[in-house]
Ligand binder design. Structure first.
Ligand code: BJ8
Length: 423
């Protein structure tokens, strides 16, 4: 087996601390993933990705940089990765999903802040995340207040570029966002020394659209009853999409989707037909945050869709591929990305329409509203979401939680009571 310690040490990582982080993962993964029954065989690839999470892909990033290429990290699905790649760089998602990084994050950030932000900064500060260590540039964005202020702190430890995302969706906001993407393109060209041509950008737009369609295909399979693949497995696939090589990811995801479709044809499911079907909506779940899905799916229900940024908000809507010039392509990118319904927008009625549509499409029996602690945007938006769901008689429950296991027992009790009510 290859020894990656030299690679990690060359990346400036804290090896002792890193050992602590990686020693816990196999046990958790065994319990949450490997003990599931009758998983699609094609999930083996994703098991391997997790087993080698800090090695195989990192070696590719290191090699890319050795050849003079750049690596950019992003924290939000608003960052147009098509442009990053068209400029010759590799894009990786960096959102922290582990409790391990919280104490380091709290050294520089308030404790009463969203765990995703604290873990993301903690990952950088602790020197235990090789993805952070491999990045030449970190790309932040002005979404929630927590994130946009955290970039100022992060900027003391690494180069950070911030994209200014409008908070409304009026025509002038679209124009401003288009301009922002144009500035982003110029910055990327300067960083990499590569010109973004319409041909290269068209290629990356097509590739990212294919990636979106692969996820869409896998999600479509979840509409069946019995459901052919667990919510946990699909969540993992989506999480991996943020940092895997896009072409390889498409191939591997298509393989899981194809297997799921074969199962549907033969009526085979991973949960019994009639198991309560749960739609999860709310804040993203960065790897290795599998907490809520694990509780739901070990309580006899199945997660059939996520209206989150590690779910439909990431892959819905294609970028129009007909643009021939950079101007047209930038417009198409701006339009597509501004369709994402994050709670940082005011007002944000599109998200409610999405949730209602997805409940119907995926035949959900109930909705669990997943709110990371101290995420005010999503917490406040619950008012409107609950009202809309209740008006249609769709049961909904809100859970507010962090990355720790402290409230797992309490959460389980609440989820079980909700499922009991659905039955
Ligand atoms: S587009 S959801 S990925 S901002 S959970 S950090 S909002 S306090 S992650 Fe997000 Fe982009 Fe929106 Fe999606 Fe802030 Fe809330 Fe934390 Fe969040």
């Amino acid at each position: 087996m290859t020894d990656y310690r030299k690679m990690w040490s060359d990346l400036g990582m804290d090896l002792e601390k890193h050992d602590l982080l990686t020693s816990a993962l196999p046990l958790v993964y065994e319990e949450v993933y490997l003990q599931q029954k009758d998983r699609p065989q094609a999930m083996e690839y994703f098991d391997l990705v997790v087993a080698e999470i800090h090695s195989l892909r990192i070696a590719e990033l290191v090699e890319h940089r050795r050849r003079g290429g750049k690596v950019c990290g992003a924290f939000c699905v608003f960052v147009p990765v098509e442009i990053v790649r068209a400029a010759g760089a590799i894009a990786v998602g960096l959102c922290g999903g582990s409790q391990f990084w919280i104490p380091d994050g709290e050294k520089v950030l308030p404790r009463n802040l969203c765990p995703l932000i604290k873990a993301s900064l903690g990952a950088r500060l602790s020197g235990t995340c090789p993805y952070f260590q491999s990045c030449d540039l970190l790309i932040g964005e002005t979404t929630c207040d927590g994130k946009k202020k955290a970039w100022e702190v992060l900027g003391e430890f690494a180069p950070v570029y911030v994209m200014d995302l409008p908070q409304m969706k009026r025509p002038q906001d679209l124009a401003a966002w288009r301009k922002e993407i144009e500035l982003f393109l110029a910055m990327m060209e300067e960083l990499t020394g590569c010109r973004v041509t319409p041909e290269r950008l068209a290629e990356e737009i097509r590739l990212q659209n294919r990636l979106r369609r692969a996820l869409e295909r896998l999600y479509r399979a979840r509409k069946a009853d019995p459901v052919p693949v667990s919510g946990k497995d699909v969540l993992l696939v989506t999480q991996v999409s943020f940092y895997d090589d896009p072409s390889r990811f498409i191939e591997k995801t298509e393989a899981v989707a194809a297997e799921a479709e074969e199962r549907i044809a033969s009526g085979r499911g991973v949960f019994p037909s009639g198991a309560p079907r749960i739609l999860v909506t709310g804040t993203p779940m960065a790897i290795p945050n599998w907490k809520l899905h694990h509780i739901i799916e070990t309580a006899g229900a199945v997660v059939i869709c996520e209206e989150t940024c590690t779910g439909t908000r990431f892959f819905e809507h294609q970028v129009d591929e007909s643009g021939q010039t950079l101007e047209e392509q930038l417009q198409a990118l701006a339009e597509r990305y501004l369709k994402i319904n994050c709670s940082c927008f005011t007002p944000n009625p599109g998200r409610i329409d999405d949730i209602l549509r997805l409940v119907e499409e995926y035949r959900a029996d109930g909705v669990i509203y997943y709110n990371l602690q101290f995420c005010h945007g999503y917490a406040i938006e619950y008012y409107a979401v609950e009202k809309a769901l209740k008006a249609r008689g769709i049961p909904v429950m809100k859970v507010e939680t962090d990355y720790s296991e402290e409230d797992a027992g309490q959460l389980r009790t609440r989820v079980e009571a909700f499922l009991e009510m659905l039955r």
